[in-house]
Write a new protein. Structure first.
Length: 328
């Protein structure tokens, strides 16, 4: 069982340097400035960490601007209760005010502007946790990132449910420890929130999520797939996968044939190829073709190139050239 950790900070009438130092020490490197030159800053925050998620209630009494040097690799949900916050992502500005929530990729956040009296409940979900939740909903591997619509209208039926669940999560945390539900219970609520966000906030997987669900797959097959993803760069074989799933090789082959219409090793090869293709096309990744191949479990470059061409109709080097030309 994971434990809930709790931290509190309250800063009253601090100058910009004090706040910048505090952020660097407790949250993440950032430059903090008051909205009015020379003004002092007062903020308070309660923060809970539960597994790969975190929940906080923040209040900015004075207003401030926070310039980030790189946000965490997580999706953040903001449920406002008062005043306004604006987030600059470099491409566009997102604005949250009462009845308007925000859901965004924190790694893209450049600047946050919190106006006087701003308060909200915030939740952060590590990308790996959100992608795993999506994979379970789709019953399939997820090869690309999730792009959510940024604004969440909390006055709609769906939006009000998100707000209600967010307040329930906070109410389960913000009480005396002796009355607090178990961390397992709170984790389940946060998983429910991830499911609700994936199913109700428009994103690039919404069409697939709206399709009728396939029959539930056996737990051992799910464990086999999870093992593959967790050991994607390692030289694993079907015996390793079967052992990790707690089943026999024959039973594992039958399960993959019945529920995935393929063999275990073909399934593993497919998710490796899809992952390698995504990495080769990503301008933010500077690895060579050989390095990408090895990071996705391919040790023989000639075999990798042949499989890649067979699957995608192009050579890995072609994708790498496009990535380099696109990043210039």
């Amino acid at each position: 069982m994971r434990y809930v950790t709790h931290s509190v900070f309250r800063i009253v009438n601090a100058d910009a340097d004090e706040m910048t130092e505090h952020y660097a020490r407790t949250l993440s490197p950032a430059k903090v400035e008051p909205l009015q030159r020379g003004a002092l800053i007062s903020v308070e925050d309660q923060h809970y960490a539960v597994g790969r998620c975190s929940v906080w209630n923040g209040r900015c009494h004075s207003g401030m601007k926070v310039t980030l040097s790189g946000g965490p690799d997580a999706y953040a949900l903001y449920l406002p209760s008062s005043s306004v916050m604006a987030i600059d992502t470099g491409r566009k500005q997102l604005v949250s005010e009462p009845a308007t929530g925000l859901l965004g990729d924190m790694s893209c956040f450049d600047k946050l502007v919190l106006h006087e009296g701003r308060s909200h409940i915030g939740m952060a979900f590590e990308k790996s946790a959100m992608i795993r939740q999506l994979s379970e909903l789709l019953d399939a591997p997820v090869a690309s990132s999730i792009d959510f619509a940024d604004v969440v209208n909390l006055t709609t039926v769906k939006g009000s449910r998100i707000a209600a669940l967010g307040n329930l999560v906070w109410s389960c945390l913000d009480i005396d420890h002796e009355h607090q539900p178990s961390s397992t219970f709170i984790e389940r609520l946060l998983q429910a929130m991830m499911t609700m966000l994936l199913e109700t906030v428009p994103n690039n997987y919404s069409v697939r999520l709206a399709k009728p669900m396939s029959p539930a797959i056996p737990k051992r097959l799910k464990r086999a797939i999870e093992y593959m993803h967790a050991n994607i760069s390692s030289p694993i074989g079907i015996t390793d996968v079967a052992e990790a799933a707690g089943t026999s090789v024959r039973a594992l082959q039958a399960a993959f044939q019945q529920f995935k219409d393929t063999t275990p090793l073909n399934y593993l090869r497919t998710i490796r190829l899809e992952g390698a293709r995504k990495a080769l096309a990503d301008p933010a990744i500077s690895m060579s073709v050989a390095e990408v191949a090895r990071s996705w479990g391919f040790s023989h470059m000639g075999r990798f190139a042949a499989l890649y061409h067979q699957s995608f109709g192009e050579m890995p080097s072609d994708a790498a050239k496009l990535r380099r030309s696109g990043s210039k």
